[in-house]
Write a protein that binds this ligand. Structure first.
Ligand SMILES: Cc1cc2nc3c(=O)[nH]c(=O)nc-3n(C[C@H](O)[C@H](O)[C@H](O)COP(=O)(O)O)c2cc1C
Length: 424
């Protein structure tokens, strides 16, 4: 929906009364902003976590990422009750009968020697497909949720084969039950690409442009395009999606992986009837990779799409408020969590909110916009790092005062050498 009016952040918390500098005027020096902000901040005000993204108002930036935590009415209701800012349901398609899952379909990677069962879980692989529940059932549940939680944000994750009429039907049926926005799954790495769905579209910019065109011509609610990291340059499909009318980009979906080989049976994990297939990697281990992908998309959006309020939803290995703060410092408007909920439960949102607020209090930030994107400008090329370091060394040498020893006096530089040791 290309012509959507974008709302600025509106909040009714006491933090609204504070006069914070507008975000764009803070582009050059976050250090100074913090000082500015200290002048205005009230010490007793709780930082405001609410965000408005593409006109969607959320109590906090934490969004249930598409996957098991959004598979049915019961779990999505639980997410709203626990306080998640929004829920993205498990991806749906027109014909769930074509979706056949296998079990086991998950495998964990633990820290510690030989994946010791006591080690902390750092990585998670899944070979799960999109929702295998009938679309009609999912739609009924979306409708019920929106009736019971009219002020909460429910986002439908959708995926189809590249057939225009099928996408139009899917969009129409989801909109009729009142979902607030779409996230388009252009990124599932396993199973679906075999039907030219998911990552098969996200990895092919020409096809992506065509499909985004159909979607944005039909949809009347905001559309986010969910990117696959399994591509050389993630900014390319992100750019194509925004140019083709999407309001936002979400990144990342899972990373193509082989979790491991069982050294007793010599069979790969997760093992289904003795065999496996590469799947999608998520959880803590993917967080640094997700940060890099989000950073490059955010830089591209800042340079090329600053005219409108396009949004960025960051995903990958979030388990703490600090993980979320990192994504927001790179420019994310919202932060999604999927595997973290599978490991820690829906109550995790309370910890995430309080840890994010602790971070904000430490820096005297009163709203998400106060620090969103503040770290982005500190990324540059390696060539530029070399240039800056050489300049810094030159400057340090230039300001180095005085001679080390009396043997250093020279006839030619005598006056300058004398001056270098004068204090006034
Ligand atoms: C078991 C499982 C199932 C998933 N299913 C979907 C899905 O149906 N649609 C989708 O867009 N992403 C799906 N994802 C990807 C997640 O939404 C998310 O992009 C990815 O796992 C990285 O985030 P995380 O580290 O917080 O899990 C799934 C992830 C997992 C672990």
């Amino acid at each position: 929906m290309a012509s959507l009016g974008f709302a600025r952040q509106i909040s009714n918390s006491s933090a609204d009364l504070l006069v914070a500098p507008p975000r764009r005027s803070r582009s050059c020096c976050p250090g100074r902003n913090r000082v500015d902000f200290r002048v205005f901040a009230q010490s007793d005000a709780e930082p405001d976590l609410s965000v408005v993204v593409n006109g969607l108002k959320m109590p906090n930036p934490f969004v249930i990422g598409s996957g098991p935590p959004g598979t049915n009415y019961t779990v999505m209701k639980r997410a709203f009750d626990e306080g998640w800012g929004a829920v993205i349901a498990k991806t749906v398609s027109l014909d769930a009968a074509k979706v056949v899952n296998v079990t086991p379909r998950y495998a964990k990677l633990r820290a510690g020697a030989n994946g010791s069962a006591k080690g902390q879980i750092i990585g998670w692989q899944n070979i799960e497909l999109i929702s295998d529940r009938p679309l009609e059932t999912m739609l009924k549940e979306f409708k019920r949720l929106k009736e019971e939680y009219p002020n909460r944000i429910l986002i439908a994750s959708i995926m189809e084969e590249p057939v225009k009429e099928d996408w139009e039907e899917l969009i129409d049926r989801c909109e009729q039950v009142g979902v607030d926005a779409f996230e388009i799954n252009f990124s599932c790495p396993h199973g679906m690409p075999e039907r030219k769905m998911g990552a098969a579209v996200g990895q092919d910019c020409a096809l992506l442009e065509e499909v985004c065109g159909w979607i944005n011509a039909k949809a009347t609610i905001p559309v986010w395009a969910k990117m696959t990291p399994n591509i050389t340059d993630i900014t390319q499909p992100a750019r194509v999606s925004l140019q083709s009318g999407c309001e936002g980009v979400a990144a990342i979906n899972t990373i193509m992986s082989v979790m491991g080989i069982n050294l007793d049976t010599l069979r790969p994990e997760p093992c289904v009837e003795g065999y496996s297939t590469p799947g999608g990697y998520s959880s803590k281990a993917v967080h640094p990779i997700a940060l890099a992908k989000v950073m490059s998309i955010a830089k591209m959006m800042k340079t090329e799409f600053a005219d409108k309020e396009y949004s960025l939803s960051a995903i990958g290995g979030v388990e703490t408020g600090g993980d979320a703060a990192e994504f927001i410092l790179l420019g994310a408007n919202t932060v999604q969590v999927c595997t973290g909920v599978m490991m820690h439960g829906y109550g995790l949102v309370k910890t995430l909110c309080s840890e994010l607020q602790d971070f904000m209090k430490k820096h005297n930030f009163s709203s998400i916009e106060d620090f969103r994107g503040a770290s982005l400008e500190y990324f540059t090329t390696h060539t530029d790092l070399v240039r800056m370091q050489q300049e810094a060394i030159r400057e340090r040498k230039a300001i180095k005062k005085g001679l080390q020893s009396d043997k250093d006096w020279t006839g030619d530089g005598f006056v300058k050498e004398t001056e270098s040791m004068v204090s006034n």
